[in-house]
Design a binder for this molecule. Structure first.
Ligand code: NAP
Length: 307
């Protein structure tokens, strides 16, 4: 019987792994379908405390992983497919085989939604991103655009005006979904230009493979045009990675796990940490904090079983 199984190797999962390993539980950490989480697809991280000159996202993740390994965490490129709570333990289905664990820390994160355009995968990190907080400061005095019409899009567009020379906010309808206060703030900002009823149809790279422009289509008139931008910020929402837990763990209407007290879910021994349960802050450092809390909650829970 495992003592601690952790799902996810982003900031939350790896911090949980460091704490659980230092508590001598030798946690089993499942890498999942996006090893390293969202940080592994960013470049320079300038807002993680302790790195005055910034640190590469993938490097930060590798550092956390080796820190966890040093204290005895075990990593496996495997997926959790299902789980069944028992009175004092959990049955976990991992890569088609069932095993048992006393606790489960779910840190499977949330994945940014993308538009699904043809060369999207190649362009991520080359002028295409889903995180203004992470990448906005790299685009100073150049035009950029934000795709979406919700609170994230309005907030990111406003944030990006600190750096960019011009921010185009491109929305597929003719009114914003964003709350009035955020929408009003974006609409009143002289650096933000709204482009209504429009969706991107193609990312256009320069010779170096960096974003040069985006092809747009007006959904009402069908008219196409090219807009010169150095970066496209996609802000059309996130999807929490909670499919294996549907119908078993309490979630909100968007599928984010609900925490009862601390990181406890509604099932004893199952804890949730990071973006899988947080649609508000979504920062590397808040996810790391929750990973720590989940490991401490699991440690306290495991004390019930020590002889
Ligand atoms: P959201 O509210 O779901 O908005 C997504 C936006 O993207 C919508 O405007 C939607 O268009 C558009 N969209 C979706 N799929 C698209 C596609 N394939 N192509 C083009 N556009 C597409 O997501 P969110 O803005 O990330 O917000 C998520 C939650 O977090 C919300 O509850 C929000 O209030 C909250 N939030 C709060 C704050 C804050 O309070 N500071 C900040 C950010 C987010 P339609 O409008 O046409 O559907």
């Amino acid at each position: 019987m495992e003592k601690v199984v952790i799902v996810g190797t982003g900031c939350a999962g790896l911090t949980a792994a460091i704490y659980a390993a230092r508590a001598n539980f030798s946690p089993l950490v499942l890498e999942g379908h996006e090893p390293g989480g969202q940080l592994s697809t960013t470049t320079l991280v300038e807002n993680f405390p302790g790195f005055p000159d910034g640190i590469d996202g993938p490097q930060l993740i590798m550092n956390m992983k080796s820190q966890a390994e040093r204290f005895g965490a075990r990593f496996s490129f495997a997926q959790l497919q299902d789980f069944e709570p028992q009175p004092d333990h959990l049955r976990l289905k991992i890569d088609d085989a069932w095993m048992e664990s006393r606790t489960l820390i779910i840190a499977s994160g949330a994945s940014a939604k993308w538009l699904g355009l043809e060369n999207e995968k190649q362009m991520v990190g080359h002028g295409l991103t889903s995180c203004a907080t992470c990448d906005g400061a790299f685009y100073r005095n150049v035009p950029v655009c934000v795709i979406g019409g919700g609170d994230s899009a309005a907030e990111e567009a406003t944030f990006l005006t600190r750096f960019a020379s011009k921010v185009y906010l491109i929305h597929r309808r003719d009114s914003l979904r964003a709350s009035k206060i955020m929408a009003d703030r974006a609409l009143a900002n002289p650096k933000i230009e709204l482009i209504w009823d429009t969706t991107p149809t193609r990312y256009i790279a320069d010779d170096a493979g960096e974003m040069r422009a985006v092809q747009l289509r007006n959904v009402k008139t069908g008219e196409e045009r090219e807009l010169e931008v150095k970066c496209v910020f996609v802000a059309i929402g996130h999807t929490p990675n909670t499919v294996p837990f549907r119908g078993k763990l309490d979630m909100d209407e968007n599928g984010y796990l609900l925490q009862k007290t601390g990181t406890h879910t509604n099932i004893p021994g199952v804890f949730a940490a990071g973006d899988v349960a947080d649609h508000v802050y979504r920062q590397a450092v808040t996810a790391a904090g929750e990973g720590c809390a989940a490991a401490l909650d699991a440690e306290k829970y495991l004390a019930n079983f020590e002889h």
